[in-house]
Every structure is written in C-alpha cells, then in structure tokens.
Design a protein around this ligand. Structure first.
Ligand code: UDP
Length: 327
C-alpha cells in the first residue's frame, strides 16, 4: 500500500484525514510534535513524533516510508494568538513548512497537499470569495499561510513540486463513528466552546462583537464538515497522482452563518439553552468569510454532503458527550 506523510496527523483535521486515507487504501504516516495534538488520536497508521523544523528527523521519515505524497496540516491556527505572538507563526508555520518542503523535494516526494485558509483573503467588503480573490490577510495566521502558498509555487518552478492547496473556511463537526473528534486545549473555536458552555463545562460563551456590519451585527462564517473536508484531500492526492497539476481550491459550502445563528442552531440541536454574553470584538477577525466557489465541486467532484449546520453541530455534540483523548 502507498504511504502518505500526514503532518499534524494527531490533530483535529489531520486525524480525520488519516481515517479517510486508510479507508481509501493508503497508509497514513503521522508526523506530529504533539504540541496541540493527541497521541491517542493516531489510530490509522504509524506515528513519528518530531518537529517540522527538524530536517534530520524528516529525512529519516521520508527514507523509511517513501511516501507518495505529503498532506501538510501541522500548523498553529489561532487568529487571536497570531496577533499577540506573530513570531510563533512565522517560526512554526513558515520555517517549519520550508524545512518540510526542502525535505520532500530532496526525497523526491513531489506531490504536496497543503492546508491553507480563507484567512489569506482578508477583508473584501462582504463579497463572496473565490480562488482568484486577491489575498490580503489581516492577521499573522493568514499571512503565514499565504507565505507558504508562495513558497510552494517557488519550489514548483525550481524543483517540480506539485501542490494542491485547499483554502478552508470554518471546519466543524467530528467523525460520525466517534473514533476521532475535535479536542483543542486551549479551545478557541466557536462550536466546541459553545458545546462546552451548554454542557456546563465552562462559563458562558462570549460573543466577540455585535456591532459588525451584518444583519445581526455578528461575524459570518462558512462552516464545512471535517469529514467532507478531508475527503477533498484524498481527492487532492489522486488529482496529483493523475498528473493534473497544481491547483488551488476553496473548501466551503457557499452558505454563511452568523455567530448568533450558530448559537440558535446549537440550542435547537441540543435542546438546551446556550449561556452566552456579549463581549468586544476579537482583534484580527474578518467580518464575513464565505466561499463563492464551486471549483472543488466542478473539478474534484467534491460534494460537501454532511455540511448542514445541524449535522455538524450534532456530530460535534455526540463527540463532546462520548469521545475523549487521554490527557
Ligand atoms: N467567536 C465568538 N466567541 C468565541 C469564539 C469565536 O464569538 O468564543 C466567533 C469569532 O469571532 C468568529 C466566529 O466565532 O466570528 C468563528 O470563530 P472561530 O475561532 O471558531 O474560527 P475563525 O473564524 O477564527 O477561524
């Protein structure tokens, strides 16, 4: 069976990717430093613990497994943290990715699937975003991801590296089988924070700003189910294996929900009140991030069939109530 190197395979999205890679007949090799991931989320293939910036460790892993492709998830990904500590993002995300890319090309592993973000677009006055929208990130997280996209293009010119870049909108939900799920410490994302507040495991949720220029004053996001998202990545590996060349795809549904709408859906799904209070805006937040693209559907044959908001919240709720990782 072909191996795929999955950086960040112990994390939220990476662990779900390993599950679907395995189901698709690949062996996912997780490379993760466990800074934000969980060893017991690595269930579908070998685990190599290491830093992205450790070139010798990466060389050893490429030599041992000879992966046919890399799926690169490992990254710091919190907008707020990136505004307070940009150096962490440039060091870990940008320098780490450079080291990984150099190791991949040295090993002759030239198919690269990269986890990027709609945060690379920045503010565009409420317009829906397609892959050709100019990238003008307003936070260090988005800037670090845009820099890595540029890096991939440069290495294509110099070394023939081929990449599929996925710009994610807001990823939510969990594996419906309950084998893996979302578990961040600290948690910063809206849906898991809200579920923990609903369940009395933390204080009320704070809504970050109700004075935005949106119908209810709260920010609008396009939520996509993690299982749909990772299915696109397997399609990305096949796309590259078929020689179809480098391509950028947005992964979103085209439908946006405000923070207050997500709260209302969560109340309906869990049948419980959502304790929340209104707070100030969070620095770095864009008003509205909604995908305007059908490229992934048209070209990759991607159908985000699980990405109804109710399904995402109810899969996340089931995981919240029954799943866990050892701490
Ligand atoms: N949000 C919020 N309270 C929280 C966490 C998030 O109001 O405790 C809002 C946040 O301002 C944004 C949306 O929920 O408008 C989604 O934020 P999240 O951190 O989940 O993802 P991001 O869009 O930053 O990637």
């Amino acid at each position: 069976m072909d191996h795929v190197l999955v950086t960040g395979g112990a994390g939220y999205i990476g662990s779900h990717a390993c599950k679907v890679l395995r189901a698709a007949g690949y062996v996912p090799v997780t490379y993760d430093n466990l800074s934000t991931g969980w060893a017991d989320a690595v269930k579908f293939g070998p685990f190599e613990q290491g830093e992205l910036t450790d070139r010798a460790a990466l060389d050893r892993v490429f030599a041992e497994y000879r992966p046919v492709a890399v799926m690169h998830f490992a990254a710091l990904s919190q907008v707020g943290e990136s505004m307070r500590e940009p150096g962490l993002y440039w060091h870990n995300n940008v320098l780490g990715s450079l080291t990984l890319i150099e190791a991949a090309v040295a090993a002759g592993c030239l198919d690269f699937v990269f986890s990027s973000t709609c945060a690379t677009y920045g503010e565009h006055d409420g317009v829906v975003l397609d892959e050709d929208t100019p990238q003008q990130p307003i936070n260090a997280y988005g800037a670090s991801k845009r820099a890595i996209e540029d890096m991939l293009a440069n290495f294509e010119g110099s070394h023939g590296l081929r990449s599929v870049i996925f710009r994610y909108f807001n990823v939510a939900g969990a594996d419906p089988d309950g084998e893996v799920g979302e578990f961040h410490r600290p948690e910063t994302h809206l849906i898991p924070l809200m579920l923990e507040a609903i369940d009395g495991k933390r204080d009320a949720l704070t809504v970050f700003g109700t004075d935005y220029d949106t119908p209810d004053g709260t920010c609008i996001r396009d939520y996509v189910h993690v299982m749909d998202l990772v299915e696109a990545h397997v399609a990305g590996v096949r796309w590259l294996a078929d020689g179809r060349g480098s391509r950028v795809f947005n992964l979103g549904t085209g439908t946006g929900f405000s923070v207050l709408e997500v709260i209302e859906h969560s109340r309906a799904v869990t049948n419980r009140p959502v304790p929340y209070e209104v707070g100030p805006r969070r620095p770095g937040d864009c008003v509205k991030l909604v995908s305007g693209s059908v490229r992934a559907a048209r070209e990759l044959g991607w159908t985000p069939g699980r990405s109804e908001l109710e399904a995402m919240i109810s899969d996340a709720w089931r995981w919240h109530r029954t799943g866990h990782y050892e701490r």
